[in-house]
Write a protein that binds this ligand. Structure first.
Ligand code: 5RP
Length: 224
């Protein structure tokens, strides 16, 4: 699996050109992309500025010597490359397995171009087998949990390694919704967007323009 992740990470790095402001995604697949950019910065004198989507990626990029700026310090982000937890045939997806969905969605929103990289196991016919992460403010999140439960969304709080409720980089909690199959993504997005206490959710609809898939049998496939 790691060889596929590395393959797509390296492929995506080919889209990065000198002078670009690049959004750096989060997760094990995006880490290969960031590593390849770090290599190009060090060995090929590639001139870029990175905007990171999590504290983990920030640390990795810093250690690799990739120049970084805060999202508000750049005029525009030329390209963001990120991983995904599920991708459907319309290039909609679920993200947030690494709890970075809020920063990831903000960086993606302000990016001119947005690419997902994933191994073939992430491609699905219908979204929802992967639990949908919803980032919520801590105040009243127990009420929100009960609301999701009543709606049949089978919620669980994301926990950290100590068993406490996980706190995201933005200081919120994550409730994962075990939906199995999302019949109508647009309807669910409307509901979540209108629910008080929800900061953001991991349904990314009509955002990715390109998906680079790594497959054992077919190598790299670029879907647009
Ligand atoms: C983090 C994310 C990741 O991009 C997603 O979870 C995929 O991660 P991985 O490449 O490790 O499977 O959305 O919030």
């Amino acid at each position: 699996m790691n060889n596929l992740k590395k393959m797509v990470g390296i492929e995506a790095a080919k889209f990065v050109k000198d002078g670009m402001v690049v959004g750096l995604g989060t997760g094990s697949t995006a880490a290969f992309f960031v590593a390849e950019l770090g290599r190009r910065v060090a060995e090929e004198n590639l001139k870029i500025v990175g905007v990171t989507t999590s504290s983990v990626t920030n640390t990795q990029a810093r250690e690799l010597g990739i120049p970084l700026k805060d999202i508000d310090e750049v005029d525009a982000i030329d390209l963001t490359v990120d991983g995904a937890d599920e991708v459907d045939l319309d290039l909609n997806g679920i993200k947030g397995g690494g709890a970075a969905l809020l920063m990831e969605k903000i960086v993606a929103t302000y990016s001119q171009d947005y690419i997902w990289i994933a191994d073939e196991s992430k491609l699905v016919e219908h979204l929802g087998a992967f639990p949908l992460p919803v980032e919520v403010v801590s105040f009243g999140c127990g009420q929100l949990f009960r609301l999701f439960d009543k709606l049949g969304f089978r919620p669980t709080f994301r926990l950290d390694e100590t068993g406490a409720r996980l706190i995201t980089d933005m200081g919120n909690h994550i409730i994962d919704l075990h939906l199995e199959k999302i019949e109508d993504p647009a309807r669910l997005i409307k509901l979540l967007d209108e629910t008080v206490g929800v900061v953001e959710h991991g349904l990314f609809k009509d955002m990715a323009k390109t998906v680079i898939i790594g497959s054992e049998t077919n190598g790299v496939k670029i879907i647009t």
